[in-house]
Design a binder for this molecule. Sequence first.
Ligand SMILES: NC(=O)c1ccc[n+]([C@@H]2O[C@H](COP(=O)([O-])OP(=O)(O)OC[C@H]3O[C@@H](n4cnc5c(N)ncnc54)[C@H](O)[C@@H]3O)[C@@H](O)[C@H]2O)c1
Length: 287
Amino acid sequence: MAPPTICRVGIVGSGIMGAGIAEVAARHGHTVVLRSRHATSAQGTIAALERSLGKQVDKGRLEATERDAVLARVSVSCSLDALADCDLVIESVVEDLDVKKQLFRDLDHHVQPAAILATNTSTLPVVELAVETGRPEQVCGVHFFNPAPAMTLVEVVRPLTASDDTIAAVRAFAQACGKDAVEVKDRAGFIVNALLFPYLNNAVRLWEHGTASMEDIDTAMKGGCNFPMGPFALLDLVGLDTSVAILEALHHELGDPSLVPAPALRRLVAAGRLGRKSGQGFYDHRR
Ligand SMILES: NC(=O)c1ccc[n+]([C@@H]2O[C@H](COP(=O)([O-])OP(=O)(O)OC[C@H]3O[C@@H](n4cnc5c(N)ncnc54)[C@H](O)[C@@H]3O)[C@@H](O)[C@H]2O)c1
């Protein structure tokens, strides 16, 4: 039997990543149902999508008729019931295992039995979400990168429980969204974050030790390694709360003390400075 084809996509969570994945999926012809807990954030996501598509029309990259068609494919709801008919539901809420486990239990009851349930987690164990459901063979990871419309990679994460059909269907979905899909086993950080976050945490420690200013560390890594942005700019883009959660998950699984989040990261999060999304992080983004 061929793997299921994905037409109708549900997305849970209207933060940075949920909104970005909704845009990608709708731009590539999928019907999208975005579930947000609050009507205001759901409407905010639609407004942001309108602005993003409007900019692409202004730049001549998108026809106005296509913008209208994309917007017509996206609906929002505060209820999980709206996801009932989806072929694939992608969870993209806060990086917290208990929150995600509860959500997978809820999704299992609300979404049609044939559907695939996927998580956009950056590093948490996908198998622990799969076994919360009555369909562990239909659960996997689909890890988009930030900003989802621009980044070309998707990691398709295969927990021990996933069927080949599930992985094939999600891989085909990622490719239908114009992404390069790589398959990776279910281990903390998958490929990219397993390599990236030790580096980001070390950059913060270097700064804490007074080795150089954050501006100079960013300049050094851009000019010296040809990276498009330095570690502090990237941490602000990812979100410092999400970054702390990723490091904690890596440390929890691997036990390497160098993965304990650098103190400055925790202090900034405690101060509500979460990076670009809150206006301030390592840098001030309010100007
Ligand atoms: N930020 C990144 O660069 C990045 C990249 C790839 C994957 N991810 C992953 O995507 C997921 C979402 O991250 P984000 O950056 O969009 O975060 P975000 O902070 O922008 O959004 C988090 C969303 O979760 C919702 N939420 C918070 N608590 C909740 C709860 N108790 N129940 C249900 N929903 C809740 C919030 O309302 C918000 O819509 C995380 O798993 C993260 O690891 C993030």
